[in-house]
Ligand binder design. Structure first.
Ligand code: MTE
Ligand code: MO
Length: 389
């Protein structure tokens, strides 16, 4: 990190995470505390520790949201979750280059200003880490407006040869990978791939900006891949090379890590099957409850792979599924926040949501889900417990 100074925001944030003194609440930035209307209060979930806290956002470190604080459509860049596996490489912007190599008619090299000079488009996209889970109350998630150059434009400028079947994306970050049954390690870059047809989707971006700012260091400065509708792992940060080849890419993050292992019926046979973590599975969760007087409001999110939603519903205790209202700002690839008004009796309650897409695909309960051995792709319904007064 080149900036060791602790800003006032960070200083305040550090305080918040050790102890939240009531008197300091008023002076906190809105992204630390839930945006509350006059007289509105946060109602605490009983499935979360009373003193639930998370480490402050620190340069270079992982970070996740306190999902009870989700109230804005766009996640603040300072609070958007951060995950990386080999640390965060520092890229010197003046000699940054992005190479396009392999099975193309013209190999190319772009500087940052070359990319900045190309046609820019923007898209709203929300995503979660493939490892997001109920233990962190779904905090490895965020939604932002991303702006940059269409991946399609670079691929077309180079001309993908007809033998090219797979596009590999390499980041500037690397780490030592142990070779099984050999006493050696090799240094490998973070990498992911897409089949050519998928890489050519017009919504894929080489993002230079996030919510109107240059891409922050923790989110891949200066350029990251954004594959809308895919889990976070697809969105290669600190992108330096795009390589077209005629075989599957078997890198760690395609072939060994971020691989889901679950029991499925395969042509009438029950088998354990692996799949690389790619498209976001239909998911929703209740994350926040507020009240104004006795008028309660339940808020949650939905993530999809871009397939339109038919409905999102909330069930209170053993009651019926009731339709929630989806935030009209939602777009195809953004997260979709939903709300439902609630007038509870005082006491303990269980709240759960489920999303259904236009194809009638319904988010299942944990019990209904196929048996899964790996920790990736957690999209079962998430029942929350809460006490109202
Ligand atoms: N270069 C690089 N890109 C990466 C990663 C990484 O380790 N290195 N981690 C991936 C994973 S697993 C996730 S969940 C997302 C997180 O993106 P964010 O930190 O901007 O939220 O980045 C992805 N892109
Ligand atoms: Mo991830």
């Amino acid at each position: 990190m080149n900036d060791k100074k602790i800003t006032r925001r960070e200083a305040i944030k550090k305080t918040v995470n050790t102890s939240v003194a009531a008197g300091t609440l008023a002076s906190m930035p809105q992204w630390i505390l839930p945006a509350l209307a006059q007289g509105e209060e946060l109602v605490l979930f009983t499935d979360m520790p009373e003193d639930y806290s998370r480490p402050p956002a620190r340069p270079g470190a992982p970070h996740w949201l306190d999902t009870r604080m989700i109230s804005d459509f766009y996640t603040d860049n300072q609070d958007f979750y951060v995950v990386q596996h080999y640390g965060q490489p520092e890229i010197d912007l003046s000699d940054y280059t992005l190479k396009v190599t392999g099975l193309v008619d013209r190999e190319m090299e772009y500087s940052l200003s070359d990319l900045q000079g190309m046609n820019q488009v923007d898209i709203d996209a929300g995503f979660e880490c493939g490892g997001n889970n109920t233990g962190r109350f779904q905090g490895l998630i965020g939604n932002a407006n991303w702006k940059g150059v269409r991946l399609q434009d670079l691929l077309n400028a180079s001309g993908v040869k007809s033998e090219g079947t797979e596009v590999v994306f390499f980041g500037a970050d690397s780490g030592a990978e142990e070779i099984p049954n050999r006493d050696i390690e090799v240094e490998q870059s973070f990498s992911r791939s897409l089949p050519v047809a998928e890489a050519l989707r017009e919504e894929n971006l080489l993002a230079l900006e996030m919510n109107g700012e240059n891409l922050p260091q923790g989110h891949g400065r200066p350029v990251r891949l954004l594959v809308p509708g895919f889990y976070g792992v697809a969105n290669v940060k600190w992108l330096t090379q795009i390589h077209v080849q005629d075989r599957r890419h078997m890198g760690r993050f395609m072939g060994r890590d971020y691989v889901t292992l679950k029991r499925e019926m395969i042509g009438g046979e029950e088998r354990w099957v692996e799949n690389s973590v790619t498209r976001i599975q239909l998911k929703s969760a209740v994350v926040r409850v507020t009240k104004l007087g006795n008028q309660h409001k339940i808020t949650g999110f939905v993530l999809t792979d871009g397939t339109p939603l038919r409905s999102v519903e909330v069930k209170v205790d053993d009651g019926p599924w009731q339709a929630a209202t989806v935030d009209p700002r939602s777009t195809k690839y953004s997260w979709k926040l939903f709300t439902m008004d609630w007038n509870p009796t005082p006491g303990d309650h269980t709240l759960v949501s489920r999303a259904t897409d236009v194809n009638g695909h319904v988010q299942l309960t944990a019990e209904e889900m196929p048996e899964k051995a790996s920790r990736w792709e957690n999209y079962a319904q998430f029942p929350r417990t809460i006490r109202t007064s």
